[in-house]
Design a protein around this ligand. Structure first.
Ligand SMILES: [Zn+2]
Ligand SMILES: [Zn+2]
Length: 359
């Protein structure tokens, strides 16, 4: 099958023919129809996070079940599905406590088993146990959820990572309350989803912070009540002024140490700052210790604290009702061959989301 292969940091991915294994026990083979281009993939290409190469990146995808392995009862050939990197074992303490997104024992193939992806006998890393920059994905059944046949694939793919991450950060991780004030730093795909999550939760003021005017315009369209252009003014000062002393909730949706620190500074006493972005390995986030006396809280959010087999069908329902707007978040649909240009566009801040379409 055709795949975009990542060989070396800061080098373009190359389009190659690779092999994918047959589904084993509890595995599902899915034909990829749409794959979003998420910022997390770029973090690995840029070398901010380590990865064993060669690898197939891509982790925000929807497709059609082609074949199921032994023991799979939940899925059958022809069903439309969304993949999720929060694949869970169902047996560990986190899973049994209902926190499946924090599973400590994610099911995948071990080093002594045939690799899911290979080329000329050499195994390839399957990023996030998904690897969606390829015509097919071999997934564990606990990393897949069914969707209705009339749900469009590109929009469904976004639910696979960015939307679940952002909406879930607001609804599940921070539990934004009706009538509250919220500020979201970064109006890319995940930030726009967090803004929508805050809107769905009923926040009365939603402040989008970015440095690109057209992103702020999209943010206003999708639910931000106010915007701050951080290239023109100090966002912390401005948020304090707009909220009478600090927001109830702030979200970091970029992955920068300085912005994470601003997020913490911009909350009121007792407020909560939630960091969604991937801050590069080894970097520290520093906060003034005395601020803890006022019960300010700083927390991380992993994949929107999702229980995706419950959450994703709900997000689809919200999309159908027009309350979760996904059409506006897709700025470009392209073939796999354009992947490197799509990374460039993301770095240049051109797009909310590019989606690779396989058919
Ligand atoms: Zn992602
Ligand atoms: Zn588990």
């Amino acid at each position: 099958m055709k795949a975009a292969v990542f060989h070396q940091v800061k080098q373009p991915l190359t389009i190659e023919q690779i092999e994918i294994d047959d589904p084993g026990e509890h595995e599902v083979l899915v034909r990829t129809v749409a794959s979003g281009v998420c910022h997390s993939d770029l973090h690995f290409v840029e070398g901010l996070y380590p990865m064993r190469t060669p690898a197939v990146l891509g982790h925000e995808a929807a497709g059609i079940v082609e074949q199921v392995g032994a023991g799979v009862t939940e899925f059958k050939k022809g069903e439309h599905v969304i993949a999720c990197l929060s694949v869970f074992c169902g047996h560990c303490e986190r899973c049994l406590s209902g926190e499946t997104w924090l599973c400590r024992n994610r099911p995948t193939r071990g080093a002594n088993q045939t690799p899911r992806l290979s080329k000329a006998g050499e195994g390839l890393t399957q990023f996030a146990n998904i690897g969606s920059y390829a015509e097919r994905m071999l997934l564990h059944e606990n990393g897949v959820v069914k969707m209705d046949d009339d749900m469009p694939f590109a929009q469904a793919a976004l639910i696979g990572c960015g939307v679940t991450t952002g909406v879930g950060a607001a609804l599940n991780t921070a539990k934004v309350q009706p009538g509250s004030t919220v500020a979201v730093f970064g109006a890319g795909g995940v930030g726009l989803a967090a803004i929508q999550g805050a809107r769905i939760a009923g926040a009365r003021k939603i402040i989008a912070v970015d440095m690109v005017e057209h992103k702020l315009a999209t943010a206003r369209d999708l639910g931000a009540t106010d915007t701050v252009d951080a290239s023109l003014q100090d966002p912390v000062e401005k948020i304090r002024e707009m909220t009478g002393g600090g927001a109830d909730y702030t979200f970091e949706a970029i992955g920068l140490k300085t912005v994470a620190e601003q997020c913490f500074e911009a909350i009121r006493p007792g407020g909560t700052a939630t960091i969604i972005g991937m801050i590069p390995v080894g970097e520290k986030v520093e906060i003034p210790g005395s601020a803890l006396l006022s019960e300010k809280k700083l927390q991380g959010s992993s994949m929107g604290s999702n229980r995706f087999k419950i959450d994703m069908p709900r997000y689809i329902e919200l999309y159908r009702q027009g309350r979760l707007r996904l059409d506006e978040m897709i700025t470009k649909r392209t073939p796999l061959e354009d992947i490197n240009d799509r990374f460039r566009a993301m770095k240049d801040g051109e797009v909310a989301r590019s989606v690779i379409m396989f058919e």
